[in-house]
Structures are given as C-alpha cells and as structure tokens.
Ligand binder design. Structure first.
Ligand code: GDP
Ligand code: MG
Length: 166
C-alpha cells in the first residue's frame, strides 16, 4: 500500500509538529529535489507494507484577498483533489472562522479526517464529546481523532487509522 496524505489547517494548530511526528526525523525529506510541481513531498514513512507520503500544499493561506486569493485557492484545491486523504487539523475544543475558511477549500470528494490536536490542553474532558458531535455536523469526516501530536502513542494509533486510505 502507498498513498499521499495532505495535512491542512490554519496556522498554529500543530501541523508541522504532527508532520514531524508522523514522519520521524530520520526519514523526513528536506531536499528540494523531492518536490514536484503540484505538491511538496515533505516526508515518507514506511511501516511494514504501508508507505505514507505526506504532502504540503504551498500557498495554503486564508488571509489573502481578491484575485490572488482565488488563484491560490484554486491551486490548493487542485493539490488537495489529487491526494488519497486529507488530515484537517484543528485545536481540540476550538473551531473558529479561520478553521472554517480552510475547511471550505477541502474538496468534499476526498476522504477527510478531522484531527483535534492539543488534546493535552483540554482540561475538562467532558467538553470533548459535545465538541466532537458539533464537528461531525460540519462535514462528513471519515474519522474524528482527538490526539496530541506530542504523544507518540497517539501518532502510532493515527498511522494505523490512516492505513486503509493508502
Ligand atoms: P503549525 O503552524 O500548524 O505548523 O503549528 P506548529 O506545529 O508550528 O505548532 C504550533 C505550536 O503548538 C507550537 O508551539 C507547538 O509546540 C504547539 N503544539 C503542537 N502540537 C501540540 C500538542 O499536541 N500539544 C500542545 N500542548 N502543544 C502543541
Ligand atoms: Mg507549520
């Protein structure tokens, strides 16, 4: 199995932290040669028979305006249409207008997994279930995964969850 997975979300939700954790230092790609025109391959992780190729979406911005915004958004949508799965990252317990703007750029046809990151910061765990129910009403997410990108066990579990999408 081999598949491409894009990680998207507004700034500061923990995309880079998650990407590094999913790829692991030893195999993350830093060479520009690994980049293609449609997307940047930021890392590959091979576990047993599964190869996860993580891609970046250059120019994924929500604060531009006008023609530039529309052009960038078309490029992003084009990249996102070509991947096998999308990880849409938010902060657990928080969903705001900037998150919505990113969600609006995700093609509904691509399997999308909602990652509610920074779970370690949620003090009252009882608030999590209603939050996740609220999130499930936004879009038909394939999975809703609350986790902490800084917890290796959560990362292992996420890789297993992603395997069927490769
Ligand atoms: P990006 O802008 O989406 O790429 O976010 P970064 O990966 O740069 O992370 C933004 C900040 O959130 C950094 O200070 C990270 O250390 C922090 N962060 C990321 N993941 C977690 C997490 O699971 N728990 C906590 N407490 N902080 C996190
Ligand atoms: Mg980042």
């Amino acid at each position: 199995r081999c598949g491409m997975i894009a990680i998207v979300g507004r700034p500061n939700v923990g995309k880079s932290t998650l990407m590094n954790a999913l790829v692991g230092q030893k195999i993350s790609i830093t060479s520009r040669k690994a980049q293609t025109t449609r997307h940047r391959i930021t890392g590959i992780n091979t576990i047993d028979d599964a190869q996860y190729v993580f891609v970046d979406t250059p120019g994924f911005q929500t604060h531009h305006s006008g023609a530039l915004n529309r052009s960038l958004n078309r490029a992003v949508t084009s990249t996102l249409s070509s991947v096998d799965a999308i990880l849409f990252v938010i902060e657990a317990g928080r969903f705001g207008p900037d998150d919505q703007k990113v969600l609006d750029l995700i093609p509904p046809s691509v399997p999308t997994i909602l990652i509610a990151n920074k779970l370690d910061r949620v003090n009252d765990k009882h608030t999590l279930y209603p939050f996740m129910q609220q999130m499930s009403a936004l879009r038909e997410f394939k999975e809703i995964v609350p986790l902490s990108a800084k917890h290796p066990d959560d990362i292992k579990r996420l890789l297993a969850t992603l395997k069927p999408y490769l």
